[in-house]
Design a protein around this ligand. Sequence first.
Ligand SMILES: Nc1nc2c(ncn2[C@@H]2O[C@H](COP(=O)(O)OP(=O)(O)O)[C@@H](O)[C@H]2O)c(=O)[nH]1
Ligand SMILES: [Mg+2]
Length: 202
Amino acid sequence: MAQRDDSLELTHDTDSSDGSDGFKFRVVLLGEATVGKTSLLRRYTENVFDEEYKQTLGTTFATKEVQVKDEEGEVRSVKISIWDMGGQSTYRELRRQYMKGSSSAIIVYDVTKPESFMGMNNWFESFREVCPEAPIFICANKVDLVDKRMVPQEPGLMLRDWFQSEYYETSAKDGTRVNDVFERCAEVVLLKAVSEGKGPLI
Ligand SMILES: Nc1nc2c(ncn2[C@@H]2O[C@H](COP(=O)(O)OP(=O)(O)O)[C@@H](O)[C@H]2O)c(=O)[nH]1
Ligand SMILES: [Mg+2]
């Protein structure tokens, strides 16, 4: 995973060194601390899981190339860079900089922590303020912890309707639906870009 200096401006994705001719998008992971953002990112990009909690220091990102079918059934290569902001998300201006220019957000809560669910609307509103049109995905994470689950599916579905987003019940630990959410995200963003007449991004 790459680490970058927070003193840099976060308005552009500077990782353009791959020479890929595909589409390229930035996706941000949002949600309260310890809900599993870093774990979802690592499960998806490295297929690993760590039980031990290590606070994310600084902003990290990882990229992955996804093959997505467009509406004509043509396979396109989509490169998504997934950004994980870590602890500094309390600084409003930094948070805005981080969200700016994102094609999509994945907003995560922990089904064993109702307070992380209660925080969802704040993340939604701060993202919408900066990216009014970008598709949003909800991850109800840690569904492997069946006995500790406190937030059932219904409130998650209400949130989905409110956010006009898609809803996934995920586990970074056992991998449940993790690939699905990132791949669907890449697909939705690609279809949106194509329908808006955008070519591969530079
Ligand atoms: N059981 C379980 N634990 C998880 C899951 N996702 C993350 N964790 C644990 O929750 C803690 C916080 O995860 P982390 O990814 O660092 O959260 P972040 O602060 O949102 O980046 C760590 O101890 C992880 O091992 C999950 O799906 N299931
Ligand atoms: Mg983290």
